[in-house]
Write a protein that binds this ligand. Sequence first.
Ligand code: ADP
Ligand code: MG
Length: 700
Amino acid sequence: MELFLDTKIEYLKGVGPSRAVLLQRELGIFTFRDLLVYYPFRYVDRTHFVSIRNVCDTNNYIVTKGYITRLELIGTGRTQRLAATLTDETGSMELVWFQGLKWIKDALKPNVEYMVMGKPNFFNGKYSISHPEVEVLRNNVDDAIKQTFMPVYSSTEKLKAAGLASKGISKLVYTLLKEAEGRIAETLPIYILQNNRLMKREDALLSIHFPENNELLQQAIYRLKFEELFFLQLDYQYSKKKRKESTQGFVFSKIGESFNTFYTTCLPFELTNAQKRVVREIRNDVKTGMQMNRLLQGDVGSGKTLVALLCMLMAKDNGFQACMMAPTEILATQHFAGITKFLASMDVKVALLTGSTKLSDKRKIKEQLLNGDIDILIGTHALIEDDVKFANLGFVVIDEQHRFGVEQRAKMWTKNHIPPHILVMTATPIPRTLAMTFYGDLDCSVIDELPPGRKPIKTVHQYDTDRLKVFSFMEKQIALGRQVYVVYPLIKESEKLDLKDLMDGYESISRRFPLPQYQISIVHGQMKAADKDYEMDRFKQGITNIMVSTTVIEVGVDVPNATVMIIENAERFGLAQLHQLRGRVGRGGEQSYCILMTSDKLTYVGRERISTMVRSNDGFEISEADLKLRGPGDLQGLQQSGVVHLKMADIVKDESLIRLTRDIVADILHDDQELKKIDNAPIRLYLQSRKKEQNWSKIS
Ligand code: ADP
Ligand code: MG
């Protein structure tokens, strides 16, 4: 049946060889199927005409009507254009054409009422539409265009020149739908259609192109979104199941001595319930004999590192090595220091490997890794290098996931004969819908609880003009013995400019907080690593009161005595980054503050970001807001990165549908994994036909 839809587009009535070439080149339409799913990008309500006097903006496509009261060729040769005046009872406007002049001039008649559609321009004090779509307004319209909503398809200049503007395309689609009647296979089982009140596929395709009314259009959209998300989920969940079944993993069969000793004697505090739950989830994974691929999300300061450490000890107890990879040297060093301290009384060998580890030390570490002397290796992406070889690597922790790509993750898979278990940790929570769609191939754990006793950080917004107030607040906090961060944005393209901002800021702070009473550290990306470390260290030890820096301190830096985070030009940071930065304070028992400094000229998005930060301390809530603010533009980046492409559904607006389809698919795979049941035949057939289609497109 689907063979019909594989027919080359050339053979559709009204297409032919030359238009077929254009459709392929311009729109990627090769077959009947491609055209069928070339949906309109909007609809024009043909019962609603704007009167000419009320044309008032240049953003929207409008539908109006009137009579042609003037028609005139202006100029000569290549710059010649055709101008017309369209008049109704309320006024008149200009219509202009630059191509096809003669043909259009002959076609337009006086005393005929036309329907005119297009986007108005405002020029020389008048509204005009160039290359409008013009149709004779008739009461008895033919059935191709009978519906209230007229589909609008995007087209290109070349297609328009070949008579395939939106209207031309809609005629082709109409022809195709007529021919396809009864030949469009249903892809979803009847019970799913019934349970979810979905339109049949054939009806949905008809209504998405030629909706008779708004309700049918909405039903069609819903059905097509459902289908898209359903098959996306099916792909993810099916391949995840398969991968789990086929990728063997190391078995950590026991909880042993190191884990227990650490837990009972070294741990200075009780784990939160969320931490306990996540450790259990991981424990359940690593004893199955299948490889674990788990994403651990937890807000800044929720105690992910400790969970990672417990897992690494679990690995050791089962005869494996573990490693932990951090995105920056500062962080790796800090993890190393923290973990070494935690394990001080235990017989666990921990080592640190980064880009600046001395050559001789490197050699030694590599040796000890190979002969199994090192239990836990901590480092930067230096760990990925091919010559870093382990005796028996069993568990990999990747901290702050968004800095590492999928490929880097994959490299860790090859560090043993069976891939080690992988735990990816991120402190920038991913919105739930994103996690479900884009990271559908990872299992997910969440730490949704902060250790007890933390006071929520107070966040305020201040304008640059209020700087004196901010300075005196800093002074008070410093007098109480606290420390302050002042962070400047750093955007690669304008590094010089940013550095100037930073230095200017540093100077004015130095003037207000002079030596010897105050000590100020400064850290930025263009400093030598050793100098950076020196300054960081002075701040960590409480020798300096103020740390002026770029975002190098963004991730993970832990100075509990720092209670004030001042973010300069806060409007230039993304929400995730602001939240990360704020997470640098509030790590001790004292009340902490975050001050967002901006100029008084804020864009809508800038203002929303700031108010989100002031309102919420919850990383998940912030990430959802971020997604909404960023909109589809940024998501495209994710889509281009090859994770997924959504044609109909919207990751923000269709959250409940994403959940629904996810659950339905999970149920189906749970009791019919290979889709053998007769009820599920439509799904199986569709998947098979799609496989064929994909092969086909590779050949052509
Ligand atoms: P993040 O999730 O941001 O990586 P960390 O692992 O750095 O958080 O933990 C932040 C701080 O909280 C650390 O100083 C850590 O020792 C402490 N911490 C972790 N878990 C607990 C707990 N259950 N109770 C008290 N403090 C904890
Ligand atoms: Mg961390």
